[in-house]
Design a protein around this ligand. Structure first.
Ligand code: FMN
Length: 352
């Protein structure tokens, strides 16, 4: 088995094990993806990645982080996504949408304005989370139980729209300090009700959402979840790899097909913890201890490195983020470097 061995998840076959990792582009208007997204996602499909994952895409307006993020809570957004989905399919690649709610990490300015909180004149909204715990200087309101349950429905509605738009798979973004993570990590979740306290209570919002989404998407469509495998915080309350393994087992039982093991989201990760392939051991431990397929992400930049992860069965998929920004043709270049076969678009054959 190598990087270019196809992988099957339910009825979906990916032609190789290279995915474009989700990357926010802060280039949407009213949540509608535009030409930028078509080129960004389309180029990596032309470049040979087997799976294209969209940036985190909000399931409701309050789920945005900035006013420039993408959404899929209305039909205008759905139709715009459909154009992109169709183009990616024409390149013989598959495409998944990453569904998301920012929770307390919302109502922010564009990164060019250093993501400071929006002012009321700029359209600031009240951000809500598991608890009124401060994150990045913002104290959110605590969600009511009714609101939590409405959110699980919003995820399912968004998933249905994504199926309508022709997406091949759905990924729930449950990492990086966003709303699901704000529930499962005790660092943030201080609730006293059935959505806080014990491990089972803290993962309840994610598990209930998985159940709702699984129910509305086709049986043959794989469901992916990205988690923060660790918080990278030195505290007794921090989420651990053991917690991630226990969570992954439960997600698998509820019909999740692949877990991508990322990390952090509440604080900056100290530099000594970040080195080539630094999160691969998380993907490997989750895969070995639960039997679920996993995706590895984080400083994977070289063809050999990516191929070794697959050959050694440390993960089933490698997700390439920043290297894909430097090289949209990472997959084709990797095949050439490794001496493996892959298709090159006929329009570009004279160059490769
Ligand atoms: C510009 C940018 C935007 C990102 N946006 C997202 C996102 O929308 N969803 C997500 O799960 N991760 C996001 N990430 C994280 C990446 O998917 C990836 O996990 C991280 O960059 C580490 O991988 P790399 O070393 O290959 O870049 C983003 C990263 C970058 C650089």
């Amino acid at each position: 088995m190598n990087l270019f061995t196809p992988i099957q998840l339910r009825n979906l076959t990916l032609k190789n094990r290279i995915a474009l990792s989700p990357m926010q582009q802060y280039s949407a208007t009213n949540g509608v993806p535009g030409n930028w997204h078509m080129v960004h996602l389309g180029s990596r499909a032309v470049g040979g990645a087997g799976l294209i994952l969209t940036e985190c895409t909000a399931v409701s307006e309050e789920g945005l982080a900035t006013l420039y993020d993408t959404g899929i809570w209305n039909d205008e957004q759905k139709n715009a996504w459909k154009n992109i989905v169709d183009f990616v399919h024409q390149q013989d690649a598959k495409i998944g949408i990453q569904l998301w709610h920012s929770g307390a990490k919302g109502s922010l300015k564009h990164p060019n304005e250093r993501m400071k909180p929006l002012t009321p004149e700029e359209g600031a909204w009240i951000v809500k989370s598991s608890s009124a715990t401060e994150i990045n200087g913002v104290t959110p309101q605590e969600l009511t139980i009714d609101e939590i349950q409405e959110l699980t429905v919003k995820f399912a509605d968004a998933a249905l729209r994504a199926v309508d738009a022709g997406f091949d798979t759905i990924e729930l973004h449950a990492g990086h300090g966003y709303l699901f993570h704000q529930f499962y990590s005790q660092v943030i979740n201080k609730r006293q009700d059935e959505y806080g306290g014990s491990f089972d209570n803290r993962i309840r919002f994610l598990v209930e959402t998985v159940q709702k989404v699984r129910k509305v998407i086709p049986e043959g469509m794989p469901l992916l979840v990205r988690i923060s495998a660790v918080d990278y915080i030195d505290s007794e309350e921090a989420w651990t790899l053991e917690d991630s393994i226990a969570l992954s087992k439960i997600l698998k039982e509820n019909g999740v097909d692949l877990i991508t093991a990322s990390g952090g989201g509440f604080t900056n990760v100290s530099k000594d913890k970040v080195y080539p392939g630094y999160q691969v051991p998380f993907a490997e431990a989750i895969k070995k201890q639960t039997g679920i397929s996993t995706g590895a992400v984080g400083l994977i930049t070289e063809a050999e490195q990516a191929n070794t992860i697959i050959e050694n069965e440390q993960a089933d998929l490698v997700l390439i983020a920043r290297e894909h920004l430097r090289d949209p043709y990472f997959a084709i270049h990797s095949a050439k470097k490794l001496g493996l076969e892959t298709e090159v678009p006929w329009q570009y054959k004279r160059a490769f």
